[in-house]
Design a binder for this molecule. Structure first.
Ligand SMILES: NC(=O)c1ccc[n+]([C@@H]2O[C@H](COP(=O)([O-])OP(=O)(O)OC[C@H]3O[C@@H](n4cnc5c(N)ncnc54)[C@H](OP(=O)(O)O)[C@@H]3O)[C@@H](O)[C@H]2O)c1
Length: 298
């Protein structure tokens, strides 16, 4: 049976390896992204180029979006040259970016009025999970649409969880970011204490990473904190975008989140220094300064 045609919009740090996995699994792919050079390796691997999101959606059965923020998804889906202008009835839009749950619900309604289905399907697992095709995918929308989209999602992720109606995938992802925020503080504090105590932070991570304190954050980002490798897998400015969405949702639901608020403020200190494009593991810089330890390059 021929593979469904997929349009892919947004080939940045996450989108590029996700699109590569779709090609590897045999899906005919058309790509569009703001900076064409960032899609070159996909074009070399056989993907077709589209100049606009509308062109990308024209012949597609599924259109995936992986762009930074809510206004970006709105522009790509509903803008003058957006997906809605050209997608055929029955097309399924899968938004895998992390954005506002309420804006997601509104977009799903606008698309449905044109016969286009939408799933919100944000992910967790980082660039590592995107490369390895092991992402966790949190899905909101109609369950029968998820079943139609499942083979496409399975090319990019392993743990595909149905979370409820439109927006509930995004709400699940916001809960994920709440857990991540406090994990980041925990990992940074442990690595900095180890360093000041004269321990080898890599030995620390080997020792605790397989025990009760083990986590993705400790095992994947802990070594980068130890090495002062602050190259982005996930940029601080994108985590801050997520934490703003979290704090708004928490406020609407009257849920105090003191741990998340602390992380949000500590990251604001890094943004104030112009470090929003660094990886989230750069939180170690803040704790090293508090402990009187110099950080390379700062
Ligand atoms: N990185 C992670 O570990 C991670 C993990 C889970 C979820 N996420 C979420 O996944 C989404 C993407 O993150 P990322 O890290 O891949 O970000 P990124 O590296 O900035 O990639 C986003 C891509 O979208 C492109 N883009 C932006 N606006 C566009 C538009 N209007 N039309 C077409 N293309 C557009 C950007 O183009 P340019 O290249 O020109 O900037 C960029 O290449 C975000 O919502 C993020 O929160 C990220």
């Amino acid at each position: 049976m021929p593979r469904a045609k997929v349009g892919f919009i947004g080939t940045g740090l996450m989108g590029l390896p996700m699109a590569q996995n779709l090609i590897r699994k045999g899906f005919p792919l058309t790509v569009h992204t703001r900076t064409r050079s960032k899609a070159q390796s996909l074009l070399d691997a056989g993907a077709l180029w589209a100049d606009t999101p509308a062109e990308c959606a024209k012949d597609a059965d599924f259109v995936i979006t992986m762009v930074p923020d809510t206004p970006d998804v709105q522009q790509v889906l509903l803008g003058e040259q957006g997906v809605i202008r050209a997608a055929k009835s029955g097309t399924v839009v899968i938004d895998m970016s992390t954005i506002s749950p309420s804006a997601t619900r509104a977009m799903a309604a606008d698309l449905l009025a044109r016969g286009i289905h939408m799933l919100d399907a944000p992910v967790s697992g980082g660039v590592k999970g995107a490369i390895e095709g092991t992402l966790s995918i949190m899905v909101g929308g109609r369950s029968e649409v998820l079943e139609k989209a499942r083979p496409v999602l399975e090319a990019m992720g392993q743990n595909i969880v149905y979370c409820g109606d439109h927006g509930q995938g995004q709400m699940t992802k916001l809960c994920n970011q709440v857990a991540i925020a406090s994990h980041m503080i925990a990992a940074a504090e442990a690595v900095v204490l180890a360093r000041k105590a004269g321990l080898d932070p890599h030995a620390l991570i080997r020792a605790i990473g397989a025990g009760a304190a083990g986590s993705w954050v400790i095992n994947v980002l802990g070594p980068r904190m130890a090495d002062h490798d602050f190259e982005p897998g996930f940029m601080i400015k994108l985590l801050q975008k997520d934490l703003r969405l979290v704090m708004q949702a928490a406020s609407e639901l009257s849920v105090p989140l003191p741990g998340t608020a602390l992380a949000h403020q500590l990251y604001a200190a890094l943004e104030a220094e112009g470090r929003g494009d660094e990886g989230t593991q750069a939180l170690a810089r803040v704790f090293e300064r508090l402990a009187g330890l110099a950080v390379d390059g700062s």
